[in-house]
Design a protein around this ligand. Structure first.
Ligand SMILES: [Zn+2]
Length: 235
């Protein structure tokens, strides 16, 4: 897509940090080029580390709140305003306990309200169960029955989930140049205090740059984010 002025981009992510790992450079670039971007989360991003019995404790609530604050900080590094961020308190890695129809309706609400031209969501083969569910409910919510504003749907890849499904590797068939935005992407990931790790963990600065560099090599670009085109409609 060349002219992004007034184009609306909806990013659907399971957890805070997936949006930055998957398409943080693209969010920063599209905002810079005049697009309107909205990011919605299907769950919070920290409670997978705790047992069911701990979920209601003040300690876990506080940690979850910090993670949500980090999401706002991270997305501000990409120049996204807080009013375009929609957090959700469904528990992380437990979306299979939420009726899928509720998740579909949540995304449908944003589609009716925001009327996106492009939707970015998870990849269908991610190791993380919430990512797979988010892909499925995104497909259901974006079926072309409302006002048909959606021109294209893409899946993004999320380091430390997508690449760990070894028998089903990510299909990269659409590339977006983020050469001028890789630094913003790294900065945004650093805002997620506890999520960054040392190499060779995939959520390290070196690995994030390495993937962007490799996707760039696939597409003749310095740094790129890769996507799978799920559907495009030219009407
Ligand atoms: Zn995630």
């Amino acid at each position: 897509m060349n002219n992004l002025n007034n184009k609306k981009i909806l990013v659907v992510s399971a957890h805070p940090d997936d949006e930055t790992l998957g398409c943080g450079g693209t969010i920063a670039r599209y905002l810079h080029e005049g697009a309107d971007v909205r990011v919605i989360f299907m769950a919070e991003g920290i409670t997978a580390r705790f047992d069911d019995a701990e979920l209601q404790t003040e300690k876990v609530k506080k940690i979850s709140h910090i993670r949500n604050s980090n999401a706002i900080k991270a997305l501000s590094c990409l120049s996204l305003d807080e009013k375009n961020i929609y957090l959700n308190d469904n528990y992380c890695c437990r979306l299979d306990t939420v009726p899928q129809i509720n998740l579909v309706k949540l995304i449908e609400h944003h589609i009716k309200d925001f009327k996106p031209d492009i939707v970015f969501t998870h990849s269908k083969n991610d190791t993380n169960i919430d990512h797979r569910i988010t892909f499925q409910v995104s497909l259901a919510a974006t079926r072309p029955i409302f006002d048909k504003t959606i021109k294209a749907i893409y899946s993004y890849e999320v380091l430390s989930s997508t690449e760990w499904n070894y028998p089903n590797p990510f299909l990269a068939n659409h590339f977006i140049d983020i050469s001028d935005y890789i630094d913003k992407k790294i900065l945004a990931m650093q805002a997620y205090e506890d999520e960054m790790r040392e190499m060779p963990h995939p959520r390290s600065e070196e690995a994030i740059k390495a993937l962007a560099s490799y996707r760039g090599c696939q597409s003749g670009l310095r740094y790129a984010e890769a996507f799978t085109l799920i559907r495009s409609i030219n009407n």
